[in-house]
Design a protein around this ligand. Sequence first.
Ligand SMILES: Cc1cc2nc3c(=O)[nH]c(=O)nc-3n(C[C@H](O)[C@H](O)[C@H](O)COP(=O)(O)O)c2cc1C
Length: 360
Amino acid sequence: MNIPQLRIGNLIATTPIVQGGMGVRISLASLAAAVAQEGGIGTISSIGLGDFDASHGDYERVSREALRQEIRKARAMTSGVLAVNFMGVLRNVEELIQTAVSEGIQMIVFGAGLPMRLPKIVEDASVNLVPIVSSARGAELILRGWEKRFDRTASAIILEGPLAGGHLGFTPEQLEHLPDFSLESLIPEAVEAVKPFEDRFSHAIPVLAAGGIFNGRDIARMLSLGASGVQMATRFVCTQECDAAQAFKQTYLDAKEEDIVIVKSPVGLPGRAIRNRFLKDLEKVDRLSIHCLYHCLTVCKVAEAKFCIAQALLNACQGDIDHGLIFCGQNAHRIHEIVTVKELMSELRDELQAALNESV
Ligand SMILES: Cc1cc2nc3c(=O)[nH]c(=O)nc-3n(C[C@H](O)[C@H](O)[C@H](O)COP(=O)(O)O)c2cc1C
């Protein structure tokens, strides 16, 4: 069997890999364009962009403009498939989405929050809407709501399991019972859940598996479970093209399995990160003082939050590791070198092809 293409609406990726959006400023034009150029789908993260200090109080305008520039930069580097990732908890998420659509982005990926109004924000039916969910129930809830209110459905679903990096759609208690939430059980359930919508809307709704996928063998296993492709993020951090500072990438290379922990984020969700000096300091004081500059999240309770997540993620991407939150997937400790995106994609394709050959 040959490596299957991934079709999302009118978009075709010759390799069924979506590079997951990574905020803040971890997946920008450089990484996304490199992945798209290699036949995958490259995702720009829309959060925390632009120069806050130069914004003169109008940070939302500055961040929209910065997203516009990032999309144009990526587009100048590739004619491959580009997506933009949005977080539902961001205060200016609607304006950011409209900016991406006005720049011709054809795939909107929406995580961290229920995208119930997304078809209203993006009325152009030719733009592909791709929600991130953590269960078949979540997928059904969104698709039923969209069908009822907008007579529209998703172009694909990303099912993100509990081994992913960044914010997770699972409770801390669920994360202590990982085997109950394996992609092996979640993917077939999600594939079943989207079927009635595929029938009613007469088009495929591919399910993409995400969270802890490390090599081509893992991708083959996800395809055998009914997924049409995968979303991978952690592996792409240790590439030359990744937009994070070198020190951020080095933290991944140095991490041991026991350094990878779950943290409580001001977003209201648990997140997976590397236990570095920043997290150790936080453990000692329980709460860092916050001077809220960004007002970025609808859900952040500044008086109760243990730290400013915007500042911690900005510090991290800029290489101030001791004061930064280093999000990562559960398998980050298995990465030992920095490679080019071309090398990584080629390795993943070779492993996937070998695994597909074995299975026939
Ligand atoms: C550093 C980092 C930042 C992330 N930021 C975001 C984000 O801003 N929005 C989002 O939807 N997912 C985010 N994620 C999740 C990824 O897009 C992806 O779905 C997940 O990490 C896949 O698992 P993997 O990293 O094990 O491959 C992030 C992941 C990492 C590692």
